[in-house]
Design a protein around this ligand. Structure first.
Ligand SMILES: *Cc1c(COP(=O)(O)O)cnc(C)c1O
Length: 281
């Protein structure tokens, strides 16, 4: 268990109006930034999805972000999903939203409709590192695992997903900045690795993910994002088995989403700019 989980009740559902208002303002500001960046870079409206990075935030805070219009939720740790998922699913179901994998039929005492098409689906992504002994913990809930950076992990995920009888989406995480503290595969190995992962049964390679370089230099940050886009284009152009759905580019966070959108990002993962600074790391 991560230490802050001892200090903050992440299952808490009730936050005061001031806090809910702050979060709603944060979401609206970020949606404005996304819209402006799309326009400035000539991207089609709605081509960038806003994922709320919800680590250290409780159920009440996350629901305020959902009510304000975020498109997806991204959690870093399987243990955090476990603590929050029942509350989130229930409150989402009350709003006619299915959170995460949609093979769920009842949530608490709420029966979801027979017609899943009638419900909105809010995807749940895992964006933090996954240890292989936690795969079974996230598979029933997560639509997409964004942090796959080795063939070994991808094979294990594929095997578990196939046993459950439901494919799971994955993104290949690439360490474009080369910073040693970051996870992700070596950019020089990413192309081959993507083709190998694309072939694995039980998983669907939906795209690539990276965390931008932690530097103040726009050119350096953008170079990493541009490289990820080029990689995605080459993977798709290969025509290799399983690469047709490799379309997503999950890149851009609170500090660099404009650069990422200019370079073709389709998913921005935003925490601080929505919820404020984290009290816990
Ligand atoms: C926390 C986190 C984010 C969001 O970062 P902010 O700077 O708070 O917007 C995005 N991606 C990953 C993988 C994260 O862990």
């Amino acid at each position: 268990m991560t230490a802050y989980m001892d200090y903050k009740d992440l299952a808490n559902e009730s936050i005061d109006d001031t806090r809910a208002g702050e979060i709603a303002d944060g979401v609206h500001r970020v949606l404005d930034r996304v819209a402006r960046a799309q326009m400035v870079s000539g991207r089609e409206e709605g081509s960038v999805t806003l994922l709320a990075a919800t680590k250290t935030r409780d159920v009440g805070e996350i629901m305020a972000a959902i009510d304000a219009g975020v498109h997806m939720i991204g959690e870093n740790r399987p243990q955090e999903i476990a603590v929050k998922i029942d509350g989130l699913r229930y409150l989402c179901a009350q709003r006619g939203i299915v959170l995460g994998t949609s093979d769920v039929e009842t949530v608490g005492n709420l029966e979801l409709t027979d017609d899943p098409e009638a419900l909105d689906h809010l995807p749940l992504h895992l964006i933090g590192q996954l240890q292989s002994n936690k795969i079974n913990k996230v598979l029933p809930d997560a639509d997409v695992i964004e942090s796959v950076d080795s063939l070994d992990l991808a094979c294990k995920i594929g095997r578990r997903a196939a046993l459950r009888g439901a494919d799971v989406g994955v993104l290949l995480e690439v360490n474009e900045s080369g910073e040693p503290t970051k996870s992700g595969c070596d950019p020089d190995e990413a192309f081959e690795l993507a083709l190998q992962i694309a072939e694995i049964d039980g998983i669907e390679l939906q795209g690539l993910m990276t965390v931008g370089a932690h530097v103040d230099d726009e050119a350096v940050v953008r170079r990493g994002f541009a490289h990820l886009r080029d990689l995605r284009d080459r993977v798709r152009a290969s025509g290799a088995e399983g690469t047709a759905d490799c379309v997503e580019l999950s890149m851009g966070m609170s500090g660099d989403m404009e650069y990422a959108i200019a370079e073709g990002s389709t998913i921005v993962r935003v925490g601080t700019a929505i919820f404020g600074e984290r009290a816990f790391k």
